[in-house]
Design a protein around this ligand. Sequence first.
Ligand code: SAH
Ligand code: SF4
Ligand code: F3S
Length: 464
Amino acid sequence: MTDQTTINEASATPLSNSRKVYIKTYGCQMNVYDSTRMSDALARDGYEPTSDPEDADLVLLNTCHIREKAADKVYSELGRLRDMKKRKAGEGRDVVIGVAGCVAQAEGEEILRRSPAVDVVIGPQTYHRLPEALRKARQGERIVDTDYAIEDKFEHLPAAEPTKIRARGVTAFLTVQEGCDKFCTFCVVPYTRGSEVSRPVHQIVAEAEQLVAAGVREITLLGQNVNAWHGTGPKGEAWSLGDLLYRLADVPGLARLRYTTSHPRDMDDRLIAAHGELRALMPYLHLPVQAGADRVLKAMNRRHTADEYLRLIERIREARPDIAMAGDFIVGFPGETDQEFEDTMRLVEEVRYAQAYSFKYSTRPGTPGADLKDQVPEEKKAERLDRLQALLLKQTREFNESCVGKKIDLLLEKPGRMPGQIIGRSPWLQSVNVDAKASQIGEIIKVRITGIGTNSLFAEPLGA
Ligand code: SAH
Ligand code: SF4
Ligand code: F3S
């Protein structure tokens, strides 16, 4: 999971008499996926998406609780929305405000107490009940629905219409697994998302087929611990994520597969074999390690050593030599010494990451880490983060430089900033600018990488 704040700008067929919904998404890709599903469920009730909160009858914040900053953002946004709601009420327009996602799950009723403007609080496991909660809210009730629902929400959500899927582009997310049983001592996810649940094979295959029929070429399977996914094959045999990838690689028209985020403990042989054998499985793996010192890893309850992680990457690289590695890091976990931080730097030097996300440890109420003595001072965390990020940035640049001159397959994704340019996605998840026609979006073409920019690469098309 990577957190990126995005705004849902999907377009929909206008309905007469329709209401408008503005969804703001915080946090990881799983929230991005959930926002699209909520948007589709709301469309059935006549809500048309808008990218302008001023234009909305319903404002929905899909929130993240992973670090303190992420949770704080929600309350400051709710302050702004309270003013807007008041102003609109003065103009005779009722605006409903909803809070979904992980802050909703973690704080429930507390949100209603702290933010009087909020009408609906709905957890990640119950968002299929959002339309009903909104009907009640429109009658003046304030609703909190954060149960871990017994019914399968995915079975209760409508499938997206092909035109909507198409409007979202040629790459798509597909959640296959939710929740986490790992209980790393710094992390709120097991509390906000509940225990691990895997969606059944038939549901996943059907959704993948729908996406592909609507023009999607690349699917990223999502899960808080996506490689903990497990299911049952057609003969009743136990399947792991590797088996699922083999099955999905057979979906006609599906050109590319990815998955994120994985835990080192769940990288089994079948999954590693898939990286070696499946052409559709892209050579990019996000495999967070968090820290490089064994004592810290143990205190974090990661349940593997630094050496086990390095040996695992060796095996993955044997299966797929050109694989690009991505990672997540936390600096300043309680008790982390200077020496232990140097172990993280050494591990990074050894792995050579193509991409990475790094954070200062943030104390999360209710997690075991919050009770630990020896919290690391803020300045120390900042210093360590600066050094780590400088190293990771250098590695990303080196990786990008190593791509210059290479001939690659590029999936053409969306119009670029310059007319006549299209932005494509490389096998290693880089954005690449190339001269191409808008009508080619969705095609995979051969290009040669010619140079690197700040956030993207440049390429020239090669003849067929
Ligand atoms: N399931 C994934 C990651 C989930 S959260 C895994 O096990 O690796 C995404 C990232 O946020 C984590 O990898 C971690 O680097 C970061 N993170 C989680 N809790 C944090 C905290 N309390 N403080 C700082 N960073 C945190
Ligand atoms: Fe959080 Fe650890 Fe679970 Fe990842 S594996 S979601 S870091 S508890
Ligand atoms: Fe944030 Fe919840 Fe994702 S806490 S990172 S939105 S699972």
